[in-house]
Design a protein around this ligand. Structure first.
Ligand code: TYD
Length: 400
């Protein structure tokens, strides 16, 4: 049975950065989260159709951040060294702008990316990219056109797909006997621990615990053999998966350790979710209150990073141009547009992050360290970054 525990109100499509004049009739949906007491899976209650979210104007570019570029490069090298020293057939599901596959041989690498503007990018880079959604039909087509894959990799994509049984059946069809499937997505444990409720938005159809994934994978003939806890995206898990009947890969201790850690935390207990929901409400009140305090002192407040996450925050908390002058973002195709729902203008940091800014809400709090280093002058002149993670506070320079 699915039990509701979180109601973040009416929300827009987070990738829907609007032009002036496009504000009327904006699509909104009810952002609510539910807990399945059988599988322990946390999902949205209401889903937005994938075609509305992933399209030919998709804005997010994984390569925008130095942290992400370096993290994908390091991973590609590590996997090649540990598992595939002599090469491998590689498939990436959700290849975005090629930030990961660019480190693999284009002759033996295939990509799947339903956002056709991005698929075009990686096709131009020489990587055969299918501009389609991942499912068993596509898996069958890939098997005919290519072969089995030794490595299937997918970052921040599987959590976007509603039908997990279909996803994992398609993976099973495509994986070579000793092949490995690696998926990484935000970790529910970290979201609950950090009250980073902004991980809930239209695209994050599920927020995975290792516990829930373990349950869903097992019923699809797949098994987790390693879990890496990562700091990217404010806490993610990299889950290494094999076919259940592959005896070659041993199941490592990190799997039972993570299951135990989550169990102790209360991931299996619905009461934990109710208490999370109370913390979310407190976080909202505290954020509104700190921003209002600054505003009443005559401070100029902006937001740093037009993230998808911040769309959840602004719409849930009702934070708009009454509190924030604008949002700065380095992504060119977000600049000159307006944030979804609350319609706050987005400008480039060159234009907007100047000496007139007193306070900046860290929309891209997951890059706090990178941003504090980059903006050390702002901090030195007394500028303040505000974040809501793990509770609403002003970022201290020495912690940055
Ligand atoms: P991301 O971390 O992918 O968050 P989400 O998935 O919630 O959108 O996006 C980070 C955004 O922040 C992206 O639009 C680029 C922007 N950004 C800056 O404007 N300046 C920076 O220094 C960094 C690191 C990111």
């Amino acid at each position: 049975m699915k039990k509701e525990f979180l109601d973040l109100g009416k929300q827009p499509i987070t990738n829907s950065f609007l032009n002036e004049g496009e504000f009327d009739n904006e699509f909104l949906f009810n952002l609510k989260a539910v807990f399945d007491d059988e599988t322990k899976l946390v999902s949205l209650k209401e889903f937005v159709s994938p075609e509305m979210m992933f399209n030919n104007v998709y804005a997010h570019r994984a390569s925008e951040s130095y942290t992400m570029r370096e993290s994908f490069k390091k991973l590609a090298k590590k996997l090649q060294k540990e598992f595939f020293p002599t090469g491998a057939n590689v498939l990436e599901i959700g290849s975005n702008d090629g930030v990961f596959i660019r480190h693999f041989n284009p002759d033996t690498t295939v990509a799947v990316e339903p956002c056709s503007n991005l698929a075009e990018l990686t096709n131009d880079m020489g990587y055969k990219t299918y501009p389609e959604f991942w499912d068993t039909n596509l898996a069958k087509k890939l098997k005919e056109n290519h072969s089995y894959f030794d490595l299937i990799y997918s970052a921040n994509t599987i959590s976007h797909i509603e039908d997990l049984d279909e996803v994992f059946k398609a993976v099973k069809l495509s994986l070579s006997d000793n092949g490995i499937f690696i998926m990484e997505d935000p970790s529910l444990y970290h979201v609950m621990e950090n009250v980073s409720y902004d991980i809930f938005y239209d695209e994050h159809v599920h927020v995975f615990s290792v516990t829930a994934l373990n349950n869903v994978l097992r019923k699809n003939g797949l098994e987790i053999f390693r879990v890496d806890n990562l700091s990217v995206h404010g806490g993610s898990n990299r889950i290494y998966i094999k076919l259940s009947d592959n005896k070659y890969q041993e199941v490592e201790q990190s799997v039972s350790e993570n299951l135990e850690k989550e169990n102790v935390f209360g991931i299996n207990d619905f009461n934990t979710y109710l208490s999370f929901s109370n913390k979310v409400e407190k976080s909202k009140n505290d954020l509104i209150s700190i921003l209002k305090d600054f505003k009443s002192q005559g401070k100029k407040i902006v937001s740093y990073g037009a993230t998808y996450k911040s769309a959840t925050i602004f719409n849930y908390c009702g934070i708009g141009t009454d509190l924030l002058d604008y949002v700065t973002d380095t992504t060119e195709n977000k600049q000159g547009k307006y944030t979804p729902g609350m319609h706050i203008p987005i400008v480039s940091p060159e234009k907007g992050f100047d000496e007139t800014v007193d306070v900046a809400y860290l929309g891209a709090w997951n890059f706090k360290k990178e941003i504090c280093q980059k903006e050390s002058e702002f901090l030195k002149r007394g500028g303040k970054f505000v974040t809501h993670v793990p509770n609403v506070h002003i970022v201290e320079i020495e912690n940055g």
